[in-house]
Design a protein. Structure first.
Length: 256
């Protein structure tokens, strides 16, 4: 039985002051451990330090939104996995569509980052997903297969238990449009099939999150699908009440 995994991707939101406030609301004021759910938050780099301190006594885990694949070097503006590990990051989001589209990250680069994160014992959350045009032209499965194969090219079966996949249809991110539960389930089941080809039965234990305009109103139905193991949550993770409702929906879905 897989646990659900709910991770907040704060994107470029969250000054130190805002981070303190949001984490206080989540970890101290609420702070509940929900059965069957693991929870993480990924604030911007500049807030990781303070977030780590605020999360110390809680069960919430810290994550980052990106990293470079090299351990150190002349890479102005970049952050290495070692630096994230030092700050206690448990997760790192890699290959988010905003990084792929706005910052030109290729599957090959994502694959190098995945390897580097795993080598530093940080669990990657590897994002894959089709654009609206690709879905309309019936290319969804081909795109997912290609992204998964290339983004995971650097991994081996022993890595499987430490890799999380996030299915994030690009057309659903930050748009308010969500994949229907059946549409998402069909993509997740396809993804699990691809993972099975690479990792064998280990794929059955791997976490595949859904991301794309998850809200308290649609979370339970999405997370009740057999291959949807939680969510990568953007906008709604910046509102403590909404994020908590989503975590609780994941917990209820896990008891079904
Ligand atoms: C994301 O950024 O990963 C995401 C899913 O965003 P949103 O929930 O706002 O669509």
């Amino acid at each position: 039985m897989r646990n659900k995994l709910i991770v907040g991707n704060w994107k470029m939101y969250g000054t130190v002051k805002e981070t303190r406030k949001l984490i206080f609301q989540l970890a101290v004021q609420w702070g509940k451990r929900c059965d069957g759910v693991e929870v993480g938050v990924c604030p911007p780099f500049t807030s990781l330090f303070v977030a780590r301190d605020e999360l110390k006594e809680s069960h919430l885990r810290l994550g980052a939104q990106n990293c470079h694949h090299e351990p150190k070097g002349a890479f102005t503006g970049e952050i290495s996995p070692e630096m994230l590990s030092e700050l206690g990051c448990y997760y790192v989001i890699l290959g988010h569509s905003e990084r792929r589209t706005l910052f030109g990250e290729s599957d090959e680069v994502v694959s190098q980052k995945v390897r580097a994160a795993l080598d530093w014992k940080i669990e990657p959350i590897v994002c894959v997903g089709e654009t609206a045009a690709q879905r309309e032209s019936d290319e969804t499965e081909a795109v997912l297969a290609r992204q998964l194969e290339a983004s995971l090219a650097s991994t081996m079966p022993e890595d499987a238990p430490h890799i999380n996949i996030a299915y994030e249809p690009v057309w659903a991110i930050g748009t308010g449009k969500t994949a229907t539960p059946l549409m998402a389930q069909s993509a997740h089941s396809f993804i699990r099939g691809q993972l099975r080809k690479k990792f064998g039965n280990l794929a059955d234990g791997m976490t595949i999150q859904y991301g794309g305009s998850v809200k308290p109103q649609n979370a339970f139905e999405l997370f009740s699908q057999p291959d949807i193991d939680g969510g990568l949550i953007g906008g709604a993770s910046l509102d403590a009440e909404a994020f908590i409702d989503i975590i609780e929906a994941a917990s209820s879905a896990s008891q079904r």
